[in-house]
Ligand binder design. Structure first.
Ligand SMILES: [Zn+2]
Length: 175
């Protein structure tokens, strides 16, 4: 709310009095590189979000570059999405009037879900129990029943190659 307050009120104001509202704006430019290959990653949907709301969006060019302009000054999440890949979210991206922020982002990002042998997943507070498995794919009637009973968590149909195996129902966290 904080970031856009000046701008939102300006927009409301502009409806009645054009040309008097003034908003501080900045730009964001970047390059998305293929972390599993080489060079830029084209066709990735790039959105700038605040509190889950999309402020601006674009897609990466053939060379992986992107740019967004006319952005209200503030701090945002930068979200990178592509079908078949785990969504990458960069938190705390600042937009200032000073100069165009320029980012270099590897995509897909490092996978946080790894399961080394004999090593238990650890949840918040260090607990390693009460986890339930995550099931992917279209669920059968029996699987839906088991999900209702809290014995399994439905992870959706999309498998990305970096997918969590377990779910903590206490903290609603994928592990
Ligand atoms: Zn937990």
């Amino acid at each position: 709310m904080k970031l856009a307050a000046c701008c939102l009120s300006s927009v409301a104001f502009l409806l009645f009095q054009p040309f008097t509202g003034k908003c501080q704006v900045g730009q964001l430019a970047g390059q998305v590189n293929n972390s599993k290959g080489s060079g830029g990653f084209p066709g990735i949907t790039v959105t700038l979000q605040h509190d889950g709301h999309t402020i601006a969006g674009t897609a990466t060019n053939q060379d992986g570059t992107f740019s967004l302009s006319n952005l209200p000054v503030g701090t945002y999440d930068l979200v990178l999405e592509m079908i078949g890949y785990r969504t990458e979210r960069q938190i705390g991206v600042s937009i200032t009037t000073a100069q165009a922020a320029r980012l270099t982002i590897p995509f897909p990002g490092p996978c946080p879900y790894t399961y080394p042998h004999h090593k238990l997943s650890v949840c918040m507070g260090g607990h390693t129990n009460h986890f339930i498995p995550i099931a992917y794919g279209l669920p059968t009637a029996r699987m839906m029943q088991r999900a209702k009973q809290g014995k399994v968590y439905l992870g959706g149909c999309q498998v990305t190659g970096c997918d969590p195996k377990y779910y903590c129902p206490i903290h609603q966290k994928e592990l």
